[in-house]
Design a protein around this ligand. Structure first.
Ligand SMILES: [Zn+2]
Length: 130
């Protein structure tokens, strides 16, 4: 029996950060649904659980890894965007911008007009108004 289970899970994708996020999101929706008892929220919960199960049992490991990388990249941009927003409120002398390629935070002097910025991390060039 144990061998059969091991054989079933061999070559399957399993858990990753995106799957953890999907599961937490599904559980949050289900908890909210305890109060609203909405048919739509319940539907979203089951769709998320189906995606979660599909991704765990998927044998297309490359595709699932690409999805996970995209999720991690997007998450990094969202978190850093929040940080730049905070520091732009605090610091009136400088403006912090994100590199569009690698999400590196770059601090620029304010009121200098349009600046061409070279990212210190990935050396990508982009323009920003300060
Ligand atoms: Zn960069």
């Amino acid at each position: 029996m144990r061998e059969k289970i091991q054989r079933f899970f061999y070559g399957r994708y399993g858990l990753d950060r995106l799957n953890q996020f999907i599961l937490v999101l599904a559980l949050i929706i289900e908890v909210i649904n305890l109060f609203f008892r909405s048919f739509v929220l319940n539907g979203i919960f089951y769709v998320l659980i189906l995606i979660y199960m599909f991704r765990i049992l998927s044998k297309n490991i490359v595709a699932r890894s690409i999805e996970n990388d995209k999720y991690l990249r997007y998450k990094k941009f969202v978190i850093r965007r929040g940080k730049t927003f905070q520091s732009n409120i605090k610091d009136r002398e400088h403006k912090v911008v994100l590199c569009p390629k690698c999400a590196q935070m770059v601090r620029l002097p304010r009121k200098r007009g349009k600046l061409e910025v070279t990212c210190p991390n990935c050396h990508a060039k982009f323009e920003k108004r300060t």
